[in-house]
Design a protein around this ligand. Structure first.
Ligand code: 5GP
Length: 115
């Protein structure tokens, strides 16, 4: 699946509501509707890259921006003791929404390995 319309495109266009915590020209961050931790925020590019495996060298700066956005959003959420950033990628990665996204999970002790 590549660059298909998803529910996240609708969130970017404000066609469906979301609890948005950060936005700039390239990225949007909003609370996950089904949180898996006390803090669970998604960071997405506005560019509809379906999955990490579809990103290429042209996306290098954008991918870096998404990580720095995750850091910023985590700081603003008060995650002083740390947090986890996850990118589920394609079927075996457990991806369900095919618009690249970073999960920021925090506010509790994380386990390893993940399920
Ligand atoms: P994935 O499983 O693809 O890595 O993560 C997709 C995430 O998107 C899930 O954690 C799911 O709860 C979240 N999600 C799916 N639909 C919506 C929605 O309409 N609004 C919000 N805020 N999160 C959503």
């Amino acid at each position: 699946m590549t660059n298909q319309e998803t529910i996240f495109s609708k969130i970017i266009r404000r066609e469906i509501p979301a609890n948005i915590v950060y936005e700039d020209d390239l990225a949007l961050a909003f609370k996950d509707v089904n949180p898996q931790a006390p803090v669970h925020i998604l960071v997405i590019p506005k560019k509809p890259i379906a999955k990490l495996a579809d990103a290429d060298a042209q996306d290098a700066a954008l991918l870096g921006h998404l990580l720095l956005t995750a850091k910023r959003v985590a700081q603003e959420a008060g995650l002083k003791n740390g947090y986890r950033v996850v990118i589920n990628t394609d079927a075996d990665g457990g991806q369900t929404v095919y618009h690249l996204h970073l999960h920021i999970l925090g506010g509790r002790q994380m386990a390893w390995p993940p399920g």
